[in-house]
Design a protein around this ligand. Sequence first.
Ligand SMILES: C[S@@+](CC[C@H](N)C(=O)[O-])C[C@H]1O[C@@H](n2cnc3c(N)ncnc32)[C@H](O)[C@@H]1O
Length: 369
Amino acid sequence: MVAKIDSANQLSAIIEQMLSKAPLSASDYMSLALYHPEHGYYRQSELPWGFDGKDYFTALDLGPLLGETIAYMLHNIWLDLGCPCPFTIFEPGAGRGWLGRDILTAISGDFAKSVQYIHCDDCPAAGREAIVALKPWLKSGQARLAIQGEDIEPFVGAVISNELFDALPAQPWRWDGARWEREVLVSLNGDIQYCTAWEKGESLEAIKWFSQHAEGGLQPEDGSVWVDSMPEVLTDICRPLKKGLFLTIDYGDSAGRLIAKGASLRRYCQHKVDGKWWENPGKSDLTADVDFTRLAYLLECQGFMPKKTVSLGRWISNNAPIVEWEKQWQGLPQAERAKRSHNLLQLTMPNAMGERFKVLQAVKTPGNQ
Ligand SMILES: C[S@@+](CC[C@H](N)C(=O)[O-])C[C@H]1O[C@@H](n2cnc3c(N)ncnc32)[C@H](O)[C@@H]1O
């Protein structure tokens, strides 16, 4: 691949300068492309989420069923914990606040009176949208937006996230038959052009992890993605949870499957997906599959008891009272009923989100720290 620096793109100009000094790792590039304070994708005034004219949608764009299932599950956990008040739901990477809105809409009675919801996301456009979505609960004091860099007070409750971990800067690695290499960008022809290349990498931790988790031996072109910041982000978001549940939904797989597949970065732009992560930085979304084996391992290191990771379809079937809900939907107008059924199908069908997306939940009790 050889590409030209786009001088109209301000982030490209910054990257061009960096490339004139040294190669840039794909992970550092992804970090700039998504989170550069001025030109990063998640720092622009336009919201990336939605259908027409947007780049990608999440399970929340499909309807309230994900939030309703989480609400149902959290209610049971609240009962198991002896009905603590407050019961805090902390959501890092909360984007537009739609998951919080769907959960707060779905709960009632004493559980609703106990719930405090905290939205956490530094994306300014998301924050503005969350103020609209969460308006009734912000007004009543039941919800609030965390301040950037805020140290959240210890709480009993839940840390939940949807598509947070796929947005952390990730580094592609591959096995060339003899050694592990990482993907970088290098400049060509006096900085006007650049290309991707594979170079010997130094991350012993990543190499050890991949070598230990390759199932049935390594083949050339096997590879995966490594998120350096995963332990730190997990520590940060789980630190305030004294007792309760960690729950995350994302796309990804076990370490072994990702290595066998040769997982790499993905670019989403106007609902088209490709692997051209190096093109047009800051103007399209970059994501990577989540290594759920590593996430579960890191949770265990932090005193959680993780359950087996399951597909979103199976998780919904196991946790949502679908028969009861389907009876309730019978009372809705035809169009509303159809929307509900469609929402259920999108989250559970294997060729929609049901199989590609996974759910990992882990419990923390003071005894297992
Ligand atoms: C793929 S979006 C998902 C948004 C939302 N959860 C949804 O499903 O629509 C990822 C979000 O995570 C946020 N994010 C990335 N790193 C974060 C971190 N360390 N703490 C909190 N939010 C983070 C980004 O700003 C972005 O809004």
